[in-house]
Design a protein around this ligand. Sequence first.
Ligand code: S3P
Length: 176
Amino acid sequence: MSADHLVLVGLMGSGKSSVGRRVADALGRPFVDTDQRVERREGRTIRDIFATDGEAVFRDIESSVLVDVLSSTEPAVIATGGGIVTRSDNRDLLAEGRDSGVHVVWLRATVDTLAARLAAGASRRPLLDGDVRGRLTELDERRRDLYGAVASEVVDVDDRTLDDVVSAVLAATESR
Ligand code: S3P
């Protein structure tokens, strides 16, 4: 672990990529999206990886991408896939980084907020196939404590504009 990265975690639809891009601009840092890295490395979409090889293979690739991006010496803003916390190795890596200066910010949202946002964006997310709200409720129940365990800061995003969330992330990470 070699740089003071700012890592965003949270469920699908919490705004990790859009917030991350803006925070990176504000800080003049590179922006990295682990989902995009996975797709670029594999030359196929996440949906294709799930369909052809299954979720476990996707998680292996995602973990390897996380190791790579965290080991970069240039401080970056990193948006992670919502399931990054499901692997204990990833949680250990994030907790270890946090202890040495990496900010891990949980963009926390209610299922109502996420379901409303994802009504149109669920198609590229295989874990939301079928009943989007039901799937989000399940994932929220399973992952809430995991996000809490790795986060150094929590920013609630419900009923807030993108600008407001970006400011809150910057404030939360500046104050430490
Ligand atoms: C997933 C979230 C997705 C993507 C994959 C699995 C999850 O990323 O990594 O579809 O398990 O929550 P986003 O959170 O960026 O949508």
